[in-house]
Design a binder for this molecule. Structure first.
Ligand SMILES: *Cc1c(COP(=O)(O)O)cnc(C)c1O
Length: 389
């Protein structure tokens, strides 16, 4: 039967140590999670500023339900574009200093919208090898040539751009790489985009709200000038603590996406509670320097404290701090070991990361305390001494 190959395929995944397992949480997202009856310190979420369960955002969402209802009823281009969606777009555009912004239900969909709307089979997309899966899928959906350059390698990229005979070119990159935590060389990429008349699409899922003055993100961090060719995607389910995403850029680009992007047009607009919650979140992000400074201190503390462990801490300046383990099984075992000791750190395996580079991905949040970081470091040291290296 058609389903007969599923069981052996599943067994194969299990044999390779690649089965994913969901854990069900019994409390809201926060630095402490209640999972399967156990209270653990969680280093898993992308809630970098600790806003996912913030009382004023929760209150805004509750009031929004009373004022706007819970459903939008239709897509944005029919009748689902409510005042909170419009207001959020204006505030986001102003915050990141671009002419216009378009709100999406998820970052995955925003990426699927941008790339295929601007590129077709006569074009070429130049993508960093470590780009997020949603950017890879976006390139596939565009059916353009997909040229992948070695991670952060601007010289190779320049060479490939030079050789390309494609009609239109687009450079596609994460700003902060989601599994490594390092930054893309955005000024160099922008210079190449100018030189070769290419689009530059920057996915700032992990920089928005965290990096740059006022948390305005990676483009602000590098002080890149606004340009029609520079398209910013930021997600709103990570540092912003809610859900959704936006694309910001020049009016001509955003208007075109609104007219033509299928993942924008053919989906129901989010519940109006979401943009109302996001307006409250944006307020906290704008005034979030203290949160960002605390997060920065935690990053420095963790990196100093993990020096000397048998595992290599990748050189990340951001809240994503990956500890390279190598083999899938070893990473899973160490994660299990930490979990029974009350620490939840996810093991990340292929295909999310390249073969042989399974890792523990420690995500820090401004909601963590110094004591929680110290506890993690202490237990990791004990695991190393117990021969888990
Ligand atoms: C999380 C993430 C996305 C997807 O955003 P969602 O809003 O979760 O769909 C896109 N790109 C990167 C780099 C991400 O980390």
């Amino acid at each position: 039967m058609i389903w007969d190959e599923l069981d052996p395929s599943m067994a194969q995944l299990a044999a390779e140590g690649l089965l994913r397992r969901r854990r069900t949480l019994e409390a809201p997202c926060g630095p402490e999670a209640v999972v399967e009856g156990r209270r653990v310190i969680a280093f898993c979420s992308n809630d970098y500023l600790g806003l996912a369960n913030h009382p004023s955002i929760v209150a805004a969402a509750q009031q929004a339900a009373g004022r706007w209802g819970v459903g939008s009823g239709a897509s944005h281009v029919v009748s689902g574009h409510l005042w909170p969606h419009a207001e959020l777009e204006e505030r986001l555009a102003a915050f990141v200093g671009r002419e216009q912004a378009l709100y999406f239900t998820t970052g995955y969909m925003a990426n699927l919208a941008i790339v295929p709307t601007l590129m077709d089979r006569n074009d070429a997309i130049f993508a960093d090898k470590l780009n997020h899966a949603s950017l890879i899928d976006a390139a596939r959906l565009a059916r353009a040539e997909h040229v992948r350059y070695p991670h952060g390698d601007v010289d190779t990229l320049a060479h490939r751009l030079e050789q390309s005979r494609a009609r239109r070119k687009l450079i596609l990159t994460d700003a902060v790489f989601s599994m490594d935590g390092d930054l893309a060389p955005l000024p160099e990429l922008f210079a190449l985009a100018e030189r070769f008349d290419a689009w530059l699409v920057v996915d700032d899922a992990h920089g928005f709200g965290v990096l740059g003055p006022g948390g305005r993100g990676s483009l602000a961090h590098f002080d890149l000038p606004p340009s029609p060719r520079l398209i910013l995607m930021g997600t709103l389910g990570k540092a912003a603590g809610v859900s959704g995403a936006f694309v910001a850029g020049d009016r001509c680009v955003i208007d075109w996406l609104m007219q033509r992007a299928r993942p924008y047009i053919f989906t129901t607009a989010s519940s109006p509670m979401i943009p109302v919650a996001l307006l409250a979140s944006l307020e906290l992000m704008v005034n979030g320097d203290e949160r960002r400074a605390h997060l920065q201190q935690l990053i420095v503390r963790l990196r100093a404290g993990l020096d000397g462990l048998p595992w290599r801490l990748l050189p990340s300046p951001t809240a994503i701090q990956p500890l390279l383990i190598g083999e899938n099984e070893a990473a899973v075992q160490l994660a299990e070991r930490l979990f029974v000791r009350g620490l939840w750190v996810p093991a990340i395996r292929p295909p999310t990361v390249p073969m042989g580079t399974a890792r523990l991905r420690i995500s820090l949040s401004a909601a963590h305390s110094e004591e929680q970081i110290d506890t993690l470091m202490g237990v990791l040291r004990e695991c190393a001494n117990d021969g888990y290296a």
